[in-house]
Design a protein around this ligand. Structure first.
Ligand code: ATP
Ligand code: MG
Length: 421
């Protein structure tokens, strides 16, 4: 009986991993430009952490978490809660007044798998803790946009403000009054949400609910003085940096902790999975989780969806690995020499390979080709006798002789490192 991977859990195979690394390397580069430091966190946390931060009545906590019920621990469905837990636990607010943190890794949500939606998926998450300045909001969105555009992706930014504990209750009351009038037309989920989490009705995917909320009151018209000026300052910051966006008054996001700015990076190229990333401000959360009164904001980018978009755009070509040198030794003695030679070369930083199983020249040249070798060094009986191998540049087909001794290896290693650097 063959054992297969779990439904919704995917292997990322050689070849694919190159693209993953490309995305991750670029993200690290951009996060560094914006002065973010990496934090690495455990995958398991106490269930309570997520229930308290994400919210008991959210989709994630209600139905998507992988929880070991007996042990009261959960595989993290997102990173913000863990970042804040660590921030408080290690007193990171004492070390720097404003912490800019990022983390990259797997998340787990029990959802129905489909294109762009898996049960283990990967996020790049960034958080800024310690400032409620609207420029931070603008800068974060600018950073996300920079990442997407440097990946060559054409993705739009949508933004909203959810207000604060001052102004949201007033909006909630108005929204509830509106929903009361239209309650018969709502889907079953939204009938329930009316009492548990009425704001979620605004971003219900059900077509009839979508139609109804077109007439709903707009949160943007209910913002208090301070939230209004914060929202205005965020938009000014975006304008100043030349970041395009559109306002979406229906975007409430699936997590309870957001206040003020919320945003999503959206595309029309992924079917119903339109968001590649999203985030927002969470000024009360650190305090809520037992820390000091410190504001925060963050976003998470989903890597699977980025990779899907890049594959749609670039295709799978030219993603195969490359090596510097393939040594083709023909016969036992040449093969023996090649075995120690590639070890010497590897010590000098050369990516080198050979056929360990003594196959013929034709088969070895095929292997060299598959490995993406830039050079092949051929050592047959004659070459062995003369002490010179034939070094072939695979791009130009030029050939020259290379001494089969330490000096020859050193010269080759140096020529490679000058080409690379
Ligand atoms: P969706 O509405 O698609 O369920 P979400 O609002 O639940 O998204 P967030 O919690 O904001 O997603 O996570 C940020 C990003 O993480 C998403 O924009 C998406 O790219 C990615 N993501 C979330 N859930 C999954 C999943 N199950 N599989 C793959 N990627 C996911
Ligand atoms: Mg979701």
């Amino acid at each position: 009986m063959k054992v297969k991977a779990l439904n919704g859990f995917k292997d990322i195979l050689p070849g694919e991993t190159d693209l993953w690394r490309k995305v991750e390397d670029l993200a690290r580069d951009i996060f560094a430009r914006f002065n973010f430091s990496e934090i690495r966190l455990p995958i398991l946390e106490k269930t309570e952490l997520f229930a308290r931060s994400i919210g008991e009545t959210t989709d994630i906590v209600e139905k998507e978490m992988y929880t070991f019920v007996d042990k009261k621990i959960t595989m993290r469905p997102e990173a913000t809660a863990s970042v804040i837990r660590a921030y408080i636990e290690h007193g990171l607010y004492v070390k720097k007044p404003v912490q800019r943190l990022f983390t990259i890794g797997p998340m787990f949500r029990h959802e129905r798998p489909q294109q762009g939606r898996t049960r283990q998926f990967h996020q790049m998450s960034v958080e800024v803790l310690g400032s409620d300045n609207a420029r931070v909001d603008a800068e974060l969105m600018a950073m996300g946009s920079m990442l997407l555009s440097e990946l060559g992706l054409d993705i739009s930014l949508e933004m909203n403000s959810l207000g604060c504990p001052e102004c949201r209750p007033g909006f909630r009351t108005n929204l509830l009054a509106f929903l009361e009038e239209r309650k018969e037309e709502l889907c079953d989920d939204c009938k329930r949400r009316r009492s548990t989490n009425p704001l979620r009705v605004l971003d219900c995917k059900n077509p009839s609910c979508r139609q109804i909320v077109q007439d709903a009151p707009s949160i943007q018209e209910h913002l208090c003085q301070e939230c209004t000026s914060h929202f205005k300052a965020v938009r000014e910051g975006l304008d100043q940096l030349g970041i395009g966006y559109s306002l979406n008054k229906f975007m409430v996001r699936g997590l309870d902790y957001y206040c003020r700015t919320t945003f999503e990076f959206v595309t029309t190229d992924l079917g119903s999975q339109s968001a590649v990333g999203g985030g927002g401000r969470y000024d009360g959360l650190v305090e809520e989780l037992g820390g000091p009164k410190v504001p925060g904001i963050g976003f998470a980018m989903g890597m699977e969806r980025l990779i899907l978009l890049m594959l749609q755009k670039e295709g799978k070509e030219d993603l195969h690995a490359e090596i510097d040198l393939f040594v083709a030794g023909l016969g036992d003695d040449a093969s023996r020499l090649a075995f120690s030679m590639i070890h010497t070369l590897r010590k000098q930083g050369v990516d080198a390979a050979m056929d360990l199983d003594g196959r013929g020249l034709k088969s070895q040249m095929k292997q060299a080709d598959k490995a993406g070798a830039r050079y092949v060094l051929i050592i047959g009986g004659d070459e062995l006798a003369k002490g010179f191998g034939v070094l072939r540049n695979m791009a130009t087909q030029e050939q020259r002789e290379l001494p089969l001794n330490d000096e020859g290896m050193r010269v080759f290693a140096e020529s490679i490192s000058t080409v690379v650097s």
